[in-house]
Design a protein around this ligand. Structure first.
Ligand SMILES: NC(=O)c1ccc[n+]([C@@H]2O[C@H](COP(=O)([O-])OP(=O)(O)OC[C@H]3O[C@@H](n4cnc5c(N)ncnc54)[C@H](OP(=O)(O)O)[C@@H]3O)[C@@H](O)[C@H]2O)c1
Length: 367
């Protein structure tokens, strides 16, 4: 079904009861499955318009399933969700397709094209929420829609799909939503956060964040591992058990920490150890590392991070928004970032390569 073929009632109230989610992938799926019942509880007239690729349609039916590392599968009522394959620009004016809140759950690499498509979904007061990893995709949205309130949300856990309409959270953490400046928005989203706390305190903890910049730079540090996992062409566990690759990650993180210090950003602690301690732990010898960093290596032995999958599927990675963000900020302070530069160059080469290959830790370390 194409969006322009459907007539939707226009928003005439101050309530934000119509949500849109663009990007029907892993984060979009996990969010939709939880948001649908929360919204229904707050207001039975609420709805979610999901816009995604055709292949995702069956995942967004009237029931969706969620599970995580600690809970059994739950089937949730998602009757208030409607799936569309496209936002078209040929919408006649009497048809209002607008939503009150628009969650962007595509990858950073898709944001530039998404901003050209979402115009018909926005009314003057639509709040836009960017759910991307890395730094900088929200700036593209702000530039495109300077009059709109654009906020960010940070998802700390990883999500995989286990079956049709079944989204599974593989690790823990609270989703953080950037605190909102306007009182009406803050009040509405506080109610939403409370709804999540009441209904999904276990599988979808959600809370306010007062310093989203610091949080995203802290997440960006952790996500530097992503690129090395892609270059190792091994599972994440085997990548981390390899001292050479750990040294590469540690060096990239030290460069990142220098940049954050220059930016005056105090990184919050989002892992078991502080941001500054992570490179030290990674630098431990092989005989000590697995016992000290139990939570890092006590993971699914086959799991691979998203950049590995992006290369596998011949897609561009989010490297420009992760390692690239560190490199760009470093340039402003003349901070050298040789390891991030080298890793970025190799990932870019792999993005263009028809063949998949591994880049050894020795090559990255210049040994
Ligand atoms: N997955 C995780 O565990 C996780 C955890 C934390 C944060 N994040 C972050 O969350 C963001 C989303 O990641 P994800 O893993 O959910 O990505 P994903 O599974 O690839 O989902 C994004 C979906 O959006 C689709 N899409 C792209 N452009 C579109 C457009 N113009 N209109 C409609 N659909 C479009 C993609 O289709 P095509 O690929 O076919 O273009 C894909 O189906 C990323 O920044 C990621 O780093 C992910």
């Amino acid at each position: 079904m194409n969006l322009h073929k459907t007539r939707l009632a226009s928003n005439t109230t101050d309530q934000m009861h119509r949500h849109g989610i663009i990007g029907a992938g892993l984060i979009g799926g996990y969010l939709t499955a939880h948001l649908a019942p929360v919204l229904h509880n707050i207001d039975s007239n609420s709805s979610i318009t999901v816009i995604g690729r055709g292949y995702a349609r069956d995942d967004f039916g009237t029931e969706m399933s969620i599970s995580d590392f600690a809970t059994h599968t739950k089937t949730l009522n998602t009757c208030n969700v409607t799936f569309y394959e496209a936002v078209t620009h040929s919408v006649s004016t009497e048809q209002s397709l607008t939503v009150d809140v628009l969650w962007l759950t595509v990858k950073c690499t898709a944001i530039a094209s998404v901003v050209n498509e979402i115009g018909p979904l926005l009314h003057d007061r639509t709040v836009i929420i960017c759910c991307q990893n890395g730094i900088g995709s929200d700036a593209i949205v702000r530039d495109a829609f300077p009059k709109h309130q654009v906020y960010r949300a940070m998802f700390p856990f990883n999500v995989v799909k286990l079956g049709v309409g079944h989204f599974h959270r593989g690790s823990s953490g609270t989703v953080m939503l950037e605190n909102m400046v306007e009182k009406s928005e803050h009040d509405y989203f506080s109610e939403l956060i409370n709804g999540f706390k009441q209904q999904f305190y276990d599988t979808f903890p959600l809370d306010w964040c007062d310093d989203m910049d610091a949080l995203l730079w802290a997440k960006c540090q952790v996500n530097l591992t992503n690129s090395v996992n892609a270059l190792s062409n091994m599972s994440l566990k085997n990548t981390l058990l390899n001292k050479g690759y750990r040294r590469v990650i540690a060096q990239m993180m030290r460069e990142h920490l220098q940049v954050c210090e220059a930016l005056g950003i105090k990184l919050p602690k989002i892992t078991k150890v502080s941001a500054k301690m992570i490179p030290r732990v990674l630098s431990l010898p092989d005989w000590l590392f697995p016992s000290i960093a139990k939570s890092m290596v006590d993971i699914d032995p086959a799991a691979k991070l998203s950049m590995w999958w992006d290369l596998e599927l011949h897609r561009n990675t989010e490297i420009d928004y992760i390692n690239g963000a560190t490199i760009n900020a470093a340039r402003k302070f003349n901070i050298p970032t040789p390891m991030n530069d080298k890793v970025l160059t190799h990932i870019k080469a792999l993005e263009q390569s028809p063949q998949r290959y591994a880049v050894s830790a020795q090559m990255l370390l210049g040994e």
